[in-house]
Design a protein around this ligand. Sequence first.
Ligand SMILES: Nc1ncnc2c1ncn2[C@@H]1O[C@H](COP(=O)(O)OP(=O)(O)O)[C@@H](O)[C@H]1O
Ligand SMILES: [Mg+2]
Length: 405
Amino acid sequence: MTTNQNDEILDAIFSKALQGRKLFQNHEALRSDFVPHHLPFRNPQLTSIGQILAPILHGSKPSNLLIYGKTGTGKTAATKHIITKLVETIIKKHIDTKFVYCNARMTGTEYRTLAELASAIGLTIPFTGLAITEVLSRIQQLMKQTSLRAVFVIDEIDYLVTAYGDDLLYDLTSSSDKISPGFLSLIGISNDLQFKEQLGARVQSRLSEEELVFPPYSVEELRTILNERAQLSLNPNAYTTAAINLCAALSGSEHGDARRAVDLLRVAAELAEREGSNLLDDRHVRIAVQKIDQDRVSDALRTLPIHAKIVLLASIYSAHTDPARASSGLVYDKYCELCKKTGLESLTTRRVSGLLTELDTLGLITAAVVNYGRYGRTKKINPEITLETASKAFESDDAMRHLFH
Ligand SMILES: Nc1ncnc2c1ncn2[C@@H]1O[C@H](COP(=O)(O)OP(=O)(O)O)[C@@H](O)[C@H]1O
Ligand SMILES: [Mg+2]
């Protein structure tokens, strides 16, 4: 290849990239953790959170608050927005209060969640090794000594409770005399509407002194939200109204999920950019939907426990062998056969039946109960994904690799 040819290729790449830049004005604003200054349709929620936290401004302890709503209803964005506003005010007015935000799904453990709180109030604790109660008592001691007032936001708090139970929340919500004259208020945010049922009665009443629900958005509302987001992130004339409307319609069909809407817009815009197109239209959105759904399926597949993976594979093989009669019994036999091949001990039919239900909930199979009158009932299993998709997702799993024939 001559130098000239090289240059031509590079020129083409660069000019494509420059064209692409015409599409984006601010790529960051399309990230799903971006918090816009304006949050339409959330005035009632912002007002309530504001009122609940306002006592901070005259040095009193605000009530604990539990926020719920499905994913993408603006819980995280609204809470972060309020915190930013409050922090601005308390700095201006020289009020001494700490706001600490952490996401329990990211921190992962009780220890690391507490470590976030500790480090935010200026306490260094080792990366691991202390007992939770020890970390807690060091935090409380420091807060007491320095009369520290703090609001601790635990986002996706349901992860913590599912994994560890509610002991930590009990300790955090019942520590006022150990901290006084300082105080600690808690804001818990949950995507899981049933979360409260996992809490013991005492923690339940303490944590949800105040409660706030974020309802899903309507398609119309998503359209407004997306239009504002597109104005922030894309150049004027770089997108069609049809593209925005389609993103809104597709994200409002299950429950009004603004995260899905924003993700869709971002992926569609990136596809358009890669194409070198300077107009994002509904065609890009249609391709983006497929891509997002594929990514979601392969994430779900990759994170399945090993036995669930084998059960899923057994369902796919059974449906191949006998599409008319892929009963749970047939799937179970196939499952045992596959377990033998991997050297794993197989689970009982009861456990496997439970795994089938879980796979059904995840949308990876459909299990329908078929009644044979006096011959009894059986579950008919239909896989919703192909062998190819499964093998691609499972290939990184050593235990699974030699199960594909
Ligand atoms: N009312 C709103 N106005 C503008 N953007 C919003 C609004 N609600 C949600 N969003 C955006 O949608 C995405 C998901 O919101 P988020 O607050 O993370 O939802 P949740 O925490 O309820 O799952 C974020 O990118 C956020 O900026
Ligand atoms: Mg959130």
